[in-house]
Design a protein around this ligand. Structure first.
Ligand code: FE
Length: 336
């Protein structure tokens, strides 16, 4: 019996040592951003600073579950994910911690980070209107709400309401217009749909280019990716809600937060400070054709070529706070 216990203890000790020597990392990151979008940044940071980074990538949901299950024993110092809704959830589940960093509060505008500084937006994407240039003139477009006008009957294509991007869009509309008005808008969208909602933004745009519908709502970087693949596609972006004071294009972020049980919180903070800096913002944003969050950094030429716009000034934490209201609203009006 004693021997068995001793063997078990030894085995545990050996496995920890082995883990320690195999992953002698200074910083451990759980990333819901895909490896090809994030590894170049880890490599650049390691090359610059000598900091050894270990990481795993997975979808946001499983990573949050894992962090919760691991609790105090987690190796993760930092969580990186897309969408303010996901970041808000992580903070709300208690797996992040507030960070006191003047660098971050300077580099990241207040509406693009958690009010308690548990997460920080690091790259920005707009969820905007896309249209078929053979069938629509930009003068015919104005606001997200106007996509519910009779003129667009049988011409609108949308991505599924199951995607967090649309949940955040509708949540931010609730923040701006209130629930009642938002419900009317989304109901009118559903009435205008030319086809059942698509599983992703790219399919939505391909259908618009193919003439299945004339207008839709997508994230800017998917537009950039598709146009790069086939520049001849008759697609263009339109920036809605520009004429109304206090309104603007719906934007969202990818971002990061230091985990509650981080073993290397200082290293984690240093790394996100670096990501928000002039040095790294273009590296982070340009790799996925996104916009820098740091106002002192310019977007890449390609992204800038899509034109300038006023972004919605509303606090992105609302995307999380109002997410369940948004999901229920979309369900009520039959947006699948
Ligand atoms: Fe995406």
């Amino acid at each position: 019996m004693m021997t068995n216990k001793l063997i078990l203890l030894l085995a545990v000790l050996i496995s920890f040592t082995a883990a320690g020597s195999t992953f002698a990392a200074d910083l451990t990151i759980y990333s819901a951003r895909k490896e090809h979008l994030i590894k170049p940044l880890f490599d650049a940071y390691s090359a610059q600073t000598g900091v050894k980074i270990e990481y795993i990538t997975d979808k946001a949901g499983p990573l949050l579950q894992r962090l919760k299950a691991e609790g105090k024993n987690t190796r993760a110092d930092l969580l990186i994910t897309v969408d303010a809704g996901n970041l808000w959830h992580a903070a709300n589940e208690g797996i992040l911690q507030p960070v006191n960093s003047e660098v971050l509060t300077t580099n990241v505008p207040a509406n693009l980070r958690d009010p308690n500084n548990q997460w920080f937006g690091l790259s920005l994407r707009a969820r905007t209107i896309v249209y078929n240039t053979d069938k629509v003139k930009p003068e015919q477009l104005s606001t997200y709400a106007a996509l519910g006008d009779k003129a667009w009957k049988g011409r609108l294509l949308l991505r599924t309401s199951k995607k967090v991007y649309n949940q955040s869009l509708v949540a931010m509309m609730i923040a701006e217009y209130g629930e009642e008005q938002t419900e009317q808008i989304v109901k009118a969208w559903v009435a205008n749909l030319a086809a059942a909602p698509f599983s992703n933004d790219t399919k939505t745009m391909e259908a618009i280019a193919a003439g299945q519908g004339d207008v839709g709502v997508v994230n800017t970087y998917y537009f950039g990716r598709l146009k790069k693949k086939d520049p001849s596609l008759p697609l263009a972006l339109f920036w809605p809600n520009q004429a109304t004071e206090g309104s603007g294009v719906h934007v969202n972020v990818s971002g990061a937060g230091v985990t509650r049980h981080a073993k290397h919180p200082e290293a984690a903070i240093k790394f996100i400070e670096w990501l928000s800096s002039d040095k790294a913002q273009n590296l982070f944003a340009d790799i996925n054709q996104e916009y820098p969050v740091n106002p002192s950094v310019k977007a890449s030429d390609e992204v800038a070529s899509w034109g300038t716009f006023t972004a919605s000034p509303f606090d992105l934490s609302k995307a999380g706070e109002l997410q369940s209201a948004a999901i229920k609203l979309m369900d009520r009006v039959g947006y699948r």
